[in-house]
Write a protein that binds this ligand. Structure first.
Ligand code: 8OZ
Length: 372
């Protein structure tokens, strides 16, 4: 058998991908001002990037108001948001594309200005983000992080319910599946990590307890969609939003093993070398490779992301370390990225200044390659 290439087909759950250049979930902060619903501008952006048999993972979308932490990130908790997303899934399907939605709760990466009644953001424990980070307010100002409020044990079922509702709403909006955001220092990763999760109930302490919420959320979402349309994203060795587990291997080995028993559509990593969660072009040196460490524990489809060139992506797929590669920054500035990688054409450089917020500029105005 010849080794697979970036342009060989791949089965993901019930879907047949025709290539392995995946669009990574990308926060762009361009939903409608009034109701954080996706609108025509977002439709154009996703339709530009849809390809026949190509997988798009649509941007992180809060499953509830308390899970918000950035202005104009599109939600998946209101009728308007579902209706807006439905137009987008139709447009992607019309081009033969496959589109999953990333389900999100930011936990302590929020600010009271997003919270009902101006309450404090929620988290596993009252441990604030420290270090050189600032929170974003609902009107886009940068301010210091507040100390979050620890969720009561009795409130945790409500978090699981919020993800379940988000999963149902995503189905109603016509998505092909959902990816649970378990990475980059947001709520589910806050529970995983021992420095942030200082709970003494069944959701804190041992690795098994810290992994409990992620697994309960996964099972609730699987109950809505079936396992083969559900995925999870993890960032072992990540440092985004003041995360970092002293000894990540035992924790993440447990998580990956437990997830591997569930028959999910895929597991999605952010490679440690690029863990900056969008804030900078971080490229850590001499850090481990998530795909290399965890591939032996994961029998299913493995997607990974973070700083890949076309050539590095080909190598990762050909060697079997990953089954598909998700591209973020290059997909922002190259709407026809799969075609360009296939042709080995030059890529348009991205402009970080227009990643977040604004309108067409830096969003829908990147050029397609002129066909010869
Ligand atoms: C950049 C800015 C805001 C949010 C992530 C959803 O880090 C994000 C994000 C990235 O996963």
């Amino acid at each position: 058998m010849t080794s697979p290439s970036l342009f060989s087909p791949l089965k993901v759950g019930p879907y047949q991908l025709s290539h392995r250049v995946v669009m990574a979930p990308l926060t762009r902060m361009r939903a409608a001002h009034e109701d954080n619903a996706p609108h025509s501008l977002n439709l154009e952006y996703y339709a530009q990037r849809a390809t026949k048999g190509g997988l798009i993972i649509a941007e992180a979308s809060p499953v509830t108001q308390t899970g918000r932490g950035n202005p104009r990130t599109p939600g998946i908790y209101s009728r308007e948001q579902i209706a807006g997303w439905r137009e987008i899934t139709h447009a992607v399907h019309a081009k033969g594309g496959i589109i999953f939605l990333q389900l999100w709760h930011v936990g302590r990466v929020s600010h009271s200005s997003f919270q009902p009644g101006g309450a404090l953001p929620v988290a596993p424990s009252a441990v604030p983000i420290s270090g050189n980070f600032s929170a974003m307010t609902a009107d886009g100002k940068q301010v210091p992080y507040e100390t979050p409020r620890a969720l009561e044990t009795s409130e945790i079922a409500g978090i699981v319910d919020a993800f379940r509702d988000g999963a149902r709403n995503a189905r109603e909006a016509g998505f092909d599946g959902v990816e649970i955001h378990g990475a980059n220092g947001y709520l589910l990763e806050q529970f995983l990590q021992s420095r942030i999760n200082q709970r003494t109930d069944a959701y804190g302490g041992s690795i098994e307890n810290r992994a409990r919420l992620l697994l309960e959320v996964t099972d609730a979402v699987v109950g809505v969609w079936g396992a083969d349309r559900v995925a999870v994203r993890l960032s072992p060795y990540g440092v985004a939003n003041d995360t970092g587990e002293a000894d990540p291997m035992p924790l993440y080995s447990h998580v990956v093993r437990m997830l591997s028993q569930r028959g999910l559509a895929y597991l999605h990593f952010i490679e440690p070398r690029s863990s900056g969660a969008g804030r900078a072009d971080v490229n850590h040196q001499n850090v481990p490779s998530a795909m290399e460490l965890f591939r032996p524990l994961w029998p299913g489809v493995l997607i990974t992301a973070g700083g890949f060139t076309g050539e590095a992506a080909e190598d990762a797929v050909a060697s079997g370390k990953a089954d598909a590669i998700a591209f973020g920054r290059h997909f922002i500035s190259n709407p026809d990225l799969p075609l360009r990688l296939q042709r080995k054409s030059p890529l348009t450089p991205y402009n970080r200044a227009t990643f977040y917020g604004g309108a067409e500029v830096g969003y829908t105005d990147y050029p397609f390659e002129q066909s010869a």
